[in-house]
Design a protein around this ligand. Structure first.
Ligand SMILES: [Zn+2]
Ligand SMILES: [Zn+2]
Length: 496
């Protein structure tokens, strides 16, 4: 460039790349331990390896860059550690998309071959976001770049799991997930396609126990699930039903007694405003059920057929059962009307089978004991929030924190380091693979799920009965939990 051909507009493309390469090759941002210097260190919250930088990243990383450069210039031993997150769901979905174009699924490849493909994807596309960080001029130490699935991070993650498990802070319990009765697998929320389907809304009378003249009308699209009903919920501000809250209804056909509970989730303007609670087969009912410590009665098995809790309907396919229930309700005069409607039904993205929400065993972190020291630290002033009003929000979150579901039905990620014996009850958590059972010498099998270290999100209240049992079986469906004594499952309580 001479004084005659200076461009009229600054073009960063021609300039910035050269300087970043110079900074990086000269290792200006590299830090080593130096005992006589005060350290200043930031670990970059790792962006998803599948992602690309957006304005939020640009702001967040610029702030970290300013702080790091400022301290570096002040003579601190400054280190900014960059890295990327393996982004379990997103990355697995990308690779599955790629496979689908070849007419393949992850099941055709099997777990090991599939993971090889994911690693290939990561090698090929995983550098986009770190290239963008370089474009931003981020002064990180690239010699120390980490990936959440690399050896060191993985070892730390397994170690943390095993420690929490051994301290009784990680346990396995039932949680509602999407089950495909055809593929015989749990699938993640993003693998569920919601398709608008014509259906029917059935209006059913649930009579009061002490006054059969009085009843609550329930509107449902899935009458077959009523066999798993354990309560009826209404909005606490819905005047139509307030006098019935705390009273008992009788479930038609089954005769089971159902308490009427009040929960703000119920929308008084939707349907009849009263919702039947089937915690084992509906994700919203499941959440409400846990809030009110309701029992969970599984009535549909993993093949989509009615199970032993469905009484005389046992063995029927769920759709067959629906027809039969409707006929029976009609015969007993409990069916008031049927309306045609179109509604969104979740379908398996691979085989288009209607998804069955189902209880299955998942992994949880017990949050209360972990939250207590964190609450203390904020209360005694060791941690201060700026601005101050966030202290209240933080305390409110921590004081009401619920146990955290950490398992994911994924192959890409840190696999749960728990091994089950196929022949006895032995269950072991271990950082290193376990092949033989210490108790009986039988073959051990590793839990198929991944877990997701990260920040806990509210995902279910503290189950009052958590910790009563830790199901030993490797099979996530045995035995189905039923917290009602068998005798109360069916009775002839239907009022005459
Ligand atoms: Zn399927
Ligand atoms: Zn064994």
């Amino acid at each position: 460039m001479t004084e005659n051909n200076i461009p009229t507009v600054y073009n960063p493309r021609e300039v910035e790349g050269k300087w970043y390469r110079h900074w990086e090759s000269s290792k200006y941002f590299h830090a080593e331990v130096e005992k006589d210097k005060t350290p200043f260190c930031i670990v970059m919250p790792p962006p998803n390896v599948t992602g690309q930088l957006h304005m939020g990243h640009a702001l967040d990383n610029t702030l970290q860059d300013i702080l790091t450069r400022w301290r570096r210039m002040q003579g601190y031993n400054a280190l900014w550690v960059p890295g990327t997150d393996h982004a379990g769901i997103a990355t697995q979905a990308k690779v599955e998309e790629q496979l689908a174009k070849e007419g393949l699924s992850k099941y055709d490849l099997g777990r090991e071959k599939f993971l090889e493909r994911v690693w290939q994807w990561k090698e090929q596309y995983g550098s986009r976001i770190t290239t963008q960080l370089r474009h931003l001029g981020a002064s990180c130490d690239w010699d120390r770049e980490r990936f959440t699935m690399d050896e060191g991070c993985s070892k730390a993650v397994l170690e943390v799991f095993v420690r929490l498990y051994d301290q009784g802070l990680i346990y396995r319990d039932y949680y509602i997930t999407n089950w495909c009765p055809h593929c015989q697998t749990t699938i993640s929320d993003i693998e569920v396609e919601h398709l608008d389907k014509p259906g029917q809304l059935y209006y059913i009378k649930y009579p009061a126990k002490d006054n059969p003249e009085e009843f609550i009308m329930i509107a449902t699209t899935r009458p077959e699930t009523m066999l798993g009903d354990v309560a009826v919920a209404v909005n606490p501000e819905d005047d139509r039903y307030l006098h019935l809250v705390g009273k008992t209804l009788v479930l038609p056909i089954v005769g089971r007694e159902l308490p009427v509970i009040a929960d703000a989730y119920c929308d008084p303007t939707f349907g009849t405003g009263a919702v039947k609670m089937t915690p084992a087969h509906d994700p919203n009912d499941f959440e409400i059920g846990r809030r009110h410590s309701l029992p969970e009665v599984v009535v549909i098995d993993k093949y989509g057929k009615m199970n032993e809790n469905a009484g005389k309907y046992q063995g029927l396919d769920r759709w067959e059962c629906r027809k039969q229930i409707v006929r029976d309700l009609e015969a007993m005069g409990a069916l008031v009307k049927v309306e045609d409607m179109s509604h969104a039904v979740g379908h398996c993205y691979r085989c288009s089978t209607a998804i069955e929400p189902m209880l299955s065993k998942q992994w949880f972190v017990r949050m209360k004991p972990l939250a207590e020291p964190a609450i203390e630290a904020a209360k005694d002033g060791r941690i201060t929030f700026i601005p101050e009003r966030f202290t209240k929000i933080y305390l409110n979150w921590m004081e009401n924190i619920r146990d955290w579901c950490i398992s994911r039905q994924l192959w890409w990620g840190h696999r749960i380091p728990v091994y089950y014996c196929r022949d006895c009850d032995e269950t072991v958590a271990s950082v290193t693979p376990v092949s033989g059972c210490g108790k009986c010498g039988g073959a051990m099998e590793q839990d198929p799920m991944c877990w997701t270290p990260g920040s806990p999100r509210p995902c279910g209240p503290f189950p009052p009965w958590a910790g009563l049992t830790r199901p030993p079986s490797w099979n996530i469906f045995t035995p189905p939990r039923c917290w009602l004594p068998a005798a109360t499952l069916f009775s002839s309580g239907w009022p005459a």
